[in-house]
Design a binder for this molecule. Structure first.
Ligand code: CP3
Length: 354
C-alpha cells in the first residue's frame, strides 16, 4: 500500500532493488550486501578527503558527506549506501557540547545525570540539521536505483554516551540510573526517542529508502531489563517512522538473548552479530521479519579461501530465511584490506545469483 507519507521520487526509484526486496521478504535476483561502517574507515580515498577535517565538521559538509557515502558503492559495488554521519550528530545539533575523539569515540563535556540535566535535551527540528536534508538530496540524485540507508543511535546507546560522558565497557553510571532511578531513566530515554524519531523522519523526508537503528551496546542488558527499560523507548522510535512504510532495521552487538525483543520493538529486519547462526536467530526472532548479517568481521583478516568458506556457512544458515541481507556481524575495521571487502561482495552475489 502506498500512503502519502511513503511516497518520494528518490525512494520510488529504489523499490525494485535487491536490498529493498530482501527487507520486504520478496524474491531477489541475488542476496544483497552492504557493510556496517563501509563509509570511511580503511579506504585511502576516504582518508584523503578527510585530511585536516574533524569528524563532526565533516558530517556538516553536504558535498563531502555525498562523496564519502558514494565511495564504497563505487568501489565495492555494494547493494546499498549508508549515510555518512555519526550517532551523536543529532545531539550536537540540539546543542549538547560533545566531540568525537580519534581512536576514542564520542566524548560529552557535561554528562546528563540529573533531572535538571534533561532540560538540555530539547526537541530536534529539520532546521537544526539543514546539511542532512541537503546531503541526502544530492546523494539520492547520484544513487539512482541504489537505496540510501539513513540511521540513528537508539535511546539506550545514546543514553550510555550521555550519562557516562564517553565510551564505556561496563555502562556503570548508565545502569546505576536505570536500576536506581527508573523514572528519571524512563524520562531520559523517552526524550531521546523523540529526538531520534524526529532525526530519522528528516532523513526519510529527504529521500532515504530504509533506516537502521543502532543499539550497539544494548547487549549489556538482560532480557527482563531490556523489556522494562529500553523496549518502550525504541518502540516509540520505530512507531514514529511507521507511517512512511520504509524498512526499519534494528541492530546491536552481543544481543543473542534479545533478538526476539528487538524484533518486537518494531523492526522489519533484525541485525544479528556473528555469535548466533542465522537459522537459530530466525527461530528466536519468529516469522514475519527479515534478518541481516552475520559474518564475523575478523574473518576478513584470513586468506580468501577461509573467507569464502565462512561466507558459505553464513549463506547456508540463511537458506531458509524469509529475507536475508548479507552484512558483517559488526562494522568494518580500519585495518581491513578494502580489496578483501570488494571480493566478498562479488562472492556473495555470485553464490546467490538466481
Ligand atoms: O558506514 C559508515 O561508516 C557510516 C557512518 C557511521 C559512522 N559512525 C562514522 C564514524 C556510522 C553508521 C556510525 C555509527 C556509530 N557511531 C555507532 C554505531 C555503529 C557501531 O559500530 O556499532 C557508534 C557506537 C558510534 C560512536 C562512535 N563514533 C565510535 C565508537 C567511533 C569510533 C572511535 C574510533 O575512532 O575508534 C566513532 C567515530 C567515527 N564514526 C568514525 C567514523 C568514520 C571515525 C572517526 C574518524 O575517522 O575521525
Amino acid at each position: 500500500t502506498t500512503t502519502a507519507a511513503s511516497h518520494h521520487p528518490a525512494r520510488n526509484a529504489t523499490r525494485d532493488s535487491a536490498f529493498i526486496k530482501a527487507c520486504r521478504r520478496e524474491p531477489v535476483p541475488h542476496t544483497p550486501v552492504w557493510f556496517m561502517r563501509q563509509a570511511g574507515r580503511s579506504l585511502p580515498e576516504y582518508l584523503k578527503v578527510r585530511e585536516g577535517i574533524a569528524m563532526l565538521d565533516s558530517c556538516m559538509m553536504p558535498e563531502l558527506v555525498t562523496e564519502i557515502t558514494l565511495q564504497p558503492v563505487r568501489r565495492h559495488k555494494v547493494d546499498a549506501a549508508i549515510y555518512f554521519s555519526d550517532i551523536v550528530v543529532p545531539l550536537k545539533a540540539i546543542g549538547i557540547d560533545l566531540d568525537i575523539k580519534p581512536g576514542v569515540g564520542p566524548v560529552v563535556a557535561e554528562p546528563i545525570r540529573t533531572r535538571a540535566d534533561l532540560a538540555r535535551l530539547r526537541d530536534l527540528t529539520p532546521e537544526d540539521v539543514p546539511y542532512v536534508t541537503e546531503a541526502i538530496g544530492m546523494l539520492t540524485a547520484e544513487l539512482g536505483a541504489t537505496p540510501l540507508i539513513g540511521f540513528a543511535g537508539a535511546p539506550f546507546t545514546l543514553a550510555s554516551y550521555l550519562v557516562e560522558g564517553g565510551p564505556s565497557r561496563s555502562h556503570e553510571r548508565t545502569k546505576a540510573m536505570m536500576y536506581g532511578d527508573p523514572q528519571l531513566w524512563a524520562d531520559l530515554v523517552d526524550r531521546l526517542a523523540e529526538i531520534t524519531g524526529a532525526f530519522l523522519k528528516v532523513q526519510i523526508e529527504a529521500g532515504a529508502s530504509a533506516v537502521q537503528l543502532f543499539d550497539s551496546w544494548v547487549g549489556a542488558l538482560a532480557p527482563a531489563d531490556y523489556r522494562r527499560s529500553v523496549l518502550p523507548a525504541s518502540a516509540k522510535v520505530f512507531d514514529a517512522v511507521a507511517p512512511y512504510d520504509v524498512p526499519r532495521i534494528h541492530f546491536g552487538v552481543g544481543t543473542g538473548e534479545l533478538l526476539g525483543l528487538m524484533g518486537e520493538a518494531g523492526a522489519d529486519v533484525v541485525g544479528v552479530d556473528w555469535r548466533v547462526p542465522l537459522d537459530e536467530a530466525a527461530r528466536r526472532v519468529g516469522p514475519g521479519k527479515a534478518l541481516q548479517g552475520n559474518l564475523d568481521p575478523a574473518v576478513l583478516f584470513a586468506p580468501t579461501p577461509a573467507v569464502e568458506a565462512k561466507t558459505r556457512e553464513v549463506l547456508d544458515a540463511a537458506a531458509g530465511l524469509e529475507g536475508h541481507v548479507f552484512n558483517l556481524g559488526h562494522g568494518v575495521m580500519p585495518s581491513m584490506d578494502p580489496d578483501a571487502l570488494t571480493r566478498l561482495v562479488g562472492y556473495v552475489h555470485e553464490q546467490t545469483a538466481r
